[in-house]
Design a protein around this ligand. Structure first.
Ligand code: MOS
Length: 705
């Protein structure tokens, strides 16, 4: 092997996506485009009631419709095994398709129609008559309901006496914040095509982790895991909701019964009840501080809705356990069970809504103390983990705040609200701190030296749009001391073996650890000057032992967000004028895609601050306007010039120095904007989104009004 200067520094060089040309020319095949011979098409039928039972499904008229092959429902579906857990917890009862006559929420799958074409399947699904026995339902979320409870495993964490700490504080903030139901509707809807081939179930699906999904399918259908192969080569966005989902179970059920390939694709509207969402939250934050802003007491209580079928806790109080210390410190989570779909992980689950409440409260404290918001956070930088007392692996929040403030032009900011004007606009700036866990999960990889001098890397990563394939090529090239063009990457195939899913901002770090370990092993086995055998030479890695040997530390990424807004007090319109994100998130593998990742997260934060909210209709129990026309998101015209930069922050305990960047971009962004709206207007907005009517009402009306 010849050492190249490029190979040595591959990590950290800007690279376009390896599959970019395939994607923009349409050559990249997505799950919904896979066309197996003899393909049949399935369409799910969803409940129109929000609670009750199914009396009857009248399949006869539909079975005579053109092209219809069969219909499955609770009366004739094969029995599924639903008594198991995966790495994310007990199986979601939503996957137990057609196992009983209960309807626990609006948009629950009640039948599957399979036909010769997708149009015939959809027409028949629309025509299928389902007779329901409705029951009264309850979908009204409020944080102060007495039936909220503490979920098992999420007990309160505390130290010191909160009430005493607050009583002893010269300055107290006590405020309630709410965030609404939000949806992560990726551009590519959930899609799967399944077939039996040579005694194996072969599936192409759109998901964040093929082995996780393969395991679920093997369990549900009582199959030998070795007989299930799931691939997900191209995924058009995921953001937390592309685990095992009902479309895939439906495709496998029909393909197995019919012994022919079946494709099931969700419609945009179906995604509003079948794939999860971020639950609405109600949060109370109480801060007690000395006159100089040093915290004595911090209490963050968060409540979110979940379904009657499954528990999902939005861990909104988590950032408070990392960002700030106080002698009295308490964080708590509560759940409220309603007749709604089960929420799920959505980009920065917990941290996104939690940072809105916590970082808004910090801004309120800065105002009350008369301390600059940056200075307030610097004064409260902890030496060690606030609750654990453990050291941080690295904590460069200070650098983010200081360098970010410098680049943003914070220093000449007039602290008084409502004093900057530009014609009809009131102008203001705001900031927020952010954090997100940095973790690695045991993974395996194989790296092969080919006889022609090239290398092949196999790692069961999922590229959900992040550029994972390209990142792995850079990591492998650096470890192999070769050019990235000399490395072939195979990902997203359950046959590749165990590896972390694309989730929790842990994918790149976990996969890179395994790839670099296998590459180093390979280099040691390659005899300099000797020929590689025709079949190639392969080294394999398993990072379980190395990750298990990591010492206990507080392992997090950090960031500071900055925003400038203009508010028209006559119309209530809020325009974000610019945003800056400063990140301390480990070594950056590919600056080109990393920047996109950060900016994408910040756009989500803008969208969360000003636009996004799903309205659940109390009468039907369903989301009103559940599609991308009715669900308002930030569009190009809403997004101002944005910049992201990062400070030097290699993780000292990671072989490549990575921490993970998938989610922290959204954290704190909504708070920075809300804080800027306060600075512009003098009005504090504690309920998201900051709609024009709320601006006009001066932020005073009740949430949900
Ligand atoms: Mo992410 S919400 O961990 O897919």
């Amino acid at each position: 092997m010849t050492a190249t200067a490029e190979g040595k520094s591959a990590v950290g060089t800007a690279r376009v996506r390896l599959e970019g040309l395939d994607k923009v020319t349409g050559a990249a095949e997505y799950a919904g485009e896979v066309d197996f011979d003899g393909l049949a098409y399935g369409h799910l039928v969803l409940s129109t009631i929000a609670r009750g039972r199914i009396r009857a499904v009248d399949t006869d008229p539909v079975l005579t419709m053109p092209g219809v092959i069969d219909v499955w429902h609770h009366g004739n579906a094969p029995r599924l095994n639903t008594d198991f857990s995966n790495m994310l917890g007990p199986v979601d009862p939503l996957l137990a398709l057609f196992q009983n006559d209960r309807v626990p929420h609006a948009g629950w799958p009640v039948a599957l129609v399979v036909a010769e074409t997708s149009e015939q399947a959809r027409e028949a699904a629309d025509a299928l008559a389902v007779d329901y026995e409705p029951e009264p339902h309850d979908t009204a979320f409020r944080g102060d309901r007495p039936d909220a409870y503490t979920p098992a495993g999420q007990e309160d964490r505390s130290k010191g006496d909160i009430e005493a700490g607050l009583a002893a504080s010269a300055v107290v903030v006590d405020a309630e914040y709410t965030t609404p139901e939000e949806y992560h509707n990726s551009m590519e809807p959930h899609a799967a095509v399944a077939r039996w081939e040579g005694g194996r179930l072969e599936v192409v699906d759109s998901n964040q982790g093929t082995l996780l999904v393969a395991g679920d399918i093997a369990q549900l259908f009582s199959l030998d895991p070795a007989s299930v192969r799931i691939r997900a080569e191209h995924v058009g966005g995921a953001f937390g909701n592309k685990g095992t989902r009902p479309h895939l179970v439906a495709a496998v059920m029909a393909a197995t019964a019919l012994q022919r390939p079946v494709r099931v694709v969700l419609t945009r509207r179906q995604m509003f009840s079948l794939v999860g969402y971020r639950p609405p939250t109600a949060q109370r934050v109480r801060l007690g501080a000395d006159p100089d802003g040093r915290l004595r007491a911090l209490d963050h209580q968060a409540c979110n809705q979940t379904s009657t079928t499954n528990e999902y806790t939005e861990l909104s109080a988590l950032p408070a356990r990392t960002l700030y210390d106080a002698d009295a410190h308490r964080t708590a989570h509560r759940l409220l069970r309603l007749d709604v779909p089960t929420p799920t992980f959505m980009r920065a689950p917990g941290e996104a809504p939690g940072s809105f409440a916590l970082e808004s409260a910090l801004d309120e404290l800065a105002e009350k103390c008369g301390v600059d918001p940056i200075e307030l956070r610097l004064r409260n930088e902890p030496e060690a983990g606030p609750l654990s007392g453990l050291p941080f692996s690295s904590r460069n929040l200070r650098a983010c705040l200081e360098e970010g403030a410098h680049r943003f032009g914070w220093d000449d900011r007039d602290p008084r609200p409502g004093v900057r004007r530009e014609g009809r606009w009131l102008l203001g700036t705001g900031t927020a701190a952010a954090t997100f866990p940095s973790g690695a999960v045991p993974s395996t990889a194989a790296v092969t030296a080919e006889a022609d001098g090239s290398f092949t890397v196999g790692v069961n990563a999922s590229d959900v749009g992040t550029g994972a394939r390209t990142a792995m090529a850079l990591v492998a090239a650096e470890a192999l001391d070769t050019d990235p063009e000399n490395v072939r990457i195979r990902i997203a195939d359950s046959d590749l073996g165990p590896a972390m899913i694309a989730g929790g901002s842990m994918g790149t770090r976990s996969w890179a650890w395994a790839v670099s370990a296998a590459a180093r092993e390979l280099r040691e086995r390659l005899v300099p000057g000797a020929e590689v055998p025709p079949e190639g030479l392969t080294a394999r890695s398993d990072t379980g032992a190395a990750i298990g040997a990591l010492s206990a530390k507080e392992r997090y990424s950090f960031a500071a967000q900055f925003a400038e807004v203009a508010v028209d007090p006559a119309s209530g319109e809020v325009r974000v004028r610019r945003m800056l994100g400063a990140f301390a998130t480990g070594r950056i593998v590919n600056p080109l895609t990393a920047r996109s990742q950060f900016l994408g997260g910040m756009v989500w934060g803008l969208s969360m601050a000003l636009h996004e909210e799903a309205a659940r209709d109390r009468a039907s129990g369903a989301v009103v306007g559940g599609d991308l026309a009715g669900y308002h998101i930030a569009a190009n015209a809403d997004v101002p010039p944005m910049e992201a930069f990062w400070v030097d922050d290699p993780d000292p305990d990671d072989p490549v120095g990575i921490k993970g960047i998938g989610e922290i971009g959204i954290v704190g962004a909504a708070a920075a904007i809300a804080n800027a709206v306060w600075h512009a207007t003098g009005v504090r907005h504690r309920h998201l989104p900051i709609r024009p009517d709320r601006v006009l009402a001066g932020g005073r009306e009740a949430p949900g009004a």
